[in-house]
Every structure is written in structure tokens, then in C-alpha cells.
Design a protein around this ligand. Structure first.
Ligand code: COA
Length: 245
């Protein structure tokens, strides 16, 4: 999935957000899709944030509409029962960073930059940025980034655990992304979907609730043909072939 609006550094206007939402629905319904990569067109930006011109005449009601469109995309990524990897190929700011934070994994090129610059526009994040950044990197990092609005390098984002791996830009990043997607696509889809859901609950719920959810997901995996295939393959010393059943 590629955000195609390079002339505005892939900023998320209403059109782009509707297209992303539609694409995510198609990917969710397509049983042949086992992993999703999200990136931005061109070599400068992943997504440079929400569309700033849309803010100029907007009041609180319009702000809710704009944030609602971004939230629908973010919710669709979180709900998608398949892993989503943000392939951060450049500027990853504001709403773009919020979208990336909602993905299951983030990989980036070494030139990428991450930031929540909303405060510099007289506003603040509205797409879950303060929440997910606090959960992923801690309150100090979230405060430092959101309160100053300053961006951080890909290397810092890697140190903070926000980015799983760093790569040279261009082809090297896309090669790494395809390799990762290929590995994820070979995993058992039902177990992977259960795992995604359990990890989400682990981030949001109290320990006992999350452990109960994990237990149910674990048990559900035992109803699948892929469990039999995985365990048999181990015992027979061969590679498993998972079919999503
Ligand atoms: N919304 C709409 N358009 C945007 C945009 C955004 N968030 N970010 C960049 N653009 C547009 C610019 O207006 C410019 O358009 P133009 O060529 O018609 O003038 C084009 O993308 C290229 O941006 P430019 O600023 O010239 O590139 P740069 O390399 O000098 O700077 C950034 C890149 C990302 C540092 C700078 O564009 C920026 O600060 N963007 C805003 C980031 C932001 O605040 N995001 C959060 C929004 S809530």
C-alpha cells in the first residue's frame, strides 16, 4: 500500500484517507494477502502529516471530522487481522507518525525523520500520537517530542525501540521490507491474527485481562489444521506449510 501524493510529501488529505480506508478493507477481505506494507511515494517522505491547508479555516467541528478520518484508517490498521509494517522512507510526521505508530512494526531508512510537530502549528496530536508514543517509547520521549515538536533521527527512533531495523534508502529499504513481508506471509495466518489481537490487548488492558485474552487466543490456535501442520513438521524435521485453516 503506497500513499501517492509525493507533491505534498504524501500528506493525508481527505481523498488520501478515504483511499487508504478502502484499500485496507480490500486487503482485509482478500484471503491471499497475509502481510501488508505501508509506505509513501517518492524518496523524501513516508507521510509528512495531516494536510495542513485543510486546517486553516477549520474549527473544532471540522477538526473532529479530520481526526475522525485519520482515526478510521488507524483503527482499520489495528483491526486488520494481518501484520502491517510501516516502511518509513523519509519524513514521518504528525498524522503520518501516528499511522506508523499504529502499525505492527516499523522499519526505516537511515535518513528518515520522526516527529509530532503539531505544537508548532498551535495545535497538538489528535490521532492517538500522545497515547501510542507514550506506550511504545515512554512518557519522557513522548513529552520531549510532542512538547518541543522537534523531530528525531531514524537512529534515535531505533534506539527508542520505535523502529525495528534501519536500512539504506531506496531499493535496500524495499528489499528489507519485502524480505520481512515474505517471512510474515509464511507464518500461520490464524495464529498470527490471534497474536496481533493478544499483543494489542497486552498494550491496553490490565495484566490479568490481557493474560486471559492471551490464553483464549492460545487455545484457539489448537483448533487449527496449521497447529497440526506446525507440530508435525517439527517432529518430521521438515519446514511447515501453513494454509490458514
Ligand atoms: N500538508 C500539506 N502539504 C505539505 C505538508 C503537509 N503536512 N508537508 C509538506 N507539504 C507540502 C509543502 O507545502 C510543499 O508544497 P509546495 O511545493 O506546493 O510548496 C511540498 O509539500 C514540499 O514541502 P517543502 O516544505 O517544500 O519540503 P522541505 O523538504 O523543505 O521540508 C518538511 C519538508 C517535512 C520539513 C516540511 O514540509 C514540513 O515541515 N512539513 C509539515 C510537517 C508537519 O507539520 N506535519 C504535521 C501536520 S499536523
Amino acid at each position: 500500500m503506497t500513499v501517492r501524493r509525493a507533491n505534498a510529501l504524501n500528506a493525508l488529505n481527505a481523498d488520501v484517507l478515504v483511499q487508504l480506508e478502502d484499500a485496507l478493507e480490500r486487503l482485509s477481505n482478500d484471503q491471499t494477502v497475509r502481510a501488508v506494507l505501508l509506505t509513501g511515494e517518492g524518496d523524501k517522505a513516508f507521510i509528512a502529516g495531516a494536510d495542513i491547508p485543510e486546517f486553516l479555516e477549520a474549527g473544532p467541528a471540522e477538526a473532529l471530522l479530520i481526526a475522525g478520518r485519520i482515526k478510521r484508517v488507524i483503527d482499520a490498521i489495528v483491526r486488520l487481522p494481518k501484520p502491517v509494517v510501516a516502511v518509513v522512507n523519509g519524513y514521518c510526521f504528525g498524522g503520518g507518525f501516528e499511522v506508523a505508530l499504529a502499525c505492527d512494526l516499523r522499519i526505516a531508512c537511515k535518513q528518515a525523520q520522526f516527529g509530532l510537530p503539531e505544537i508548532k502549528l498551535g495545535i497538538m496530536p489528535g490521532g492517538g500520537g500522545t497515547v501510542r508514543l507514550t506506550k511504545l517509547a515512554g512518557g519522557s520521549v513522548a513529552r520531549m517530542m510532542a512538547m518541543t515538536g522537534d523531530s528525531i533521527s531514524a537512529e534515535r527512533a531505533h534506539q527508542f525501540g520505535l523502529v525495528a531495523s534501519l536500512h539504506e534508502s531506496g531499493e535496500a529499504l524495499m528489499d528489507a521490507a519485502m524480505l520481512l513481508a515474505g517471512r510474515l506471509a509464511l507464518q500461520p495466518p490464524i495464529a498470527l491474527a490471534q497474536l496481533k489481537s493478544a499483543l494489542q490487548i497486552a498494550a491496553d488492558a490490565d495484566t490479568e485481562t490481557a493474560c486471559q485474552a492471551e490464553l483464549k487466543a492460545f487455545a484457539l490456535c489448537f483448533s487449527t489444521a496449521d497447529k497440526r501442520e506446525g507440530v508435525s513438521a517439527f517432529l518430521e524435521k521438515r519446514k511447515p506449510v501453513f494454509k490458514g485453516a
